[in-house]
Design a binder for this molecule. Sequence first.
Ligand SMILES: Cc1cc2nc3c(=O)[nH]c(=O)nc-3n(C[C@H](O)[C@H](O)[C@H](O)COP(=O)(O)O)c2cc1C
Length: 168
Amino acid sequence: MSKLIIYFSRSGENYFSGEIKHAEKGNTEVIAEYIREFTGARMFKVEAKNEYPEDYAECGKIAKAEKESDARPELKEALRDISQYDEIFIGYPNWCGTLPMPMWTQLEQLDFTGKVVKPFVTHEGSGFGTSEDDLEKLCSGAVFKKGMAVLGKHIHDAKDFVKIWTEE
Ligand SMILES: Cc1cc2nc3c(=O)[nH]c(=O)nc-3n(C[C@H](O)[C@H](O)[C@H](O)COP(=O)(O)O)c2cc1C
């Protein structure tokens, strides 16, 4: 079975248990790499053409405005065709209660009919928020499997948990 990971992740300042810290690699990317290790899936990173600021508060302002205006930020490069894949892991941080808007830009362009989708999210307490419902609309025709939510502070202890989830 051919597998793909479509994910968004931002390095830079983030909250970890109430404290702002700098991360060289985003939390979701850490989880995506575990999934690749266990499944051999190909990884595709969704990136907005205008990079989000390193500063947490500045990034928050932009993300909130994009969500409120239902924006579709332009991407550096879009994935066009997923026809060769059967199982697709879709990962992202919870941003303002749902997926970051660049994921909407990307997912709306793809045909998910008949694909198995396994969503995963990293977050600071809100879990998936509304994103699982939003994903069902964005990936219409897909067969959804149980999602996995990981708290940002737990990502480095989550490897066994991720392995079990990939095998479910
Ligand atoms: C713009 C922005 C908005 C966020 N909104 C939420 C939120 O609504 N709920 C939540 O639990 N965490 C929220 N977070 C925290 C992130 O979901 C969390 O730090 C995540 O692990 C970051 O993943 P990444 O490093 O892969 O980008 C937000 C973070 C940012 C930068």
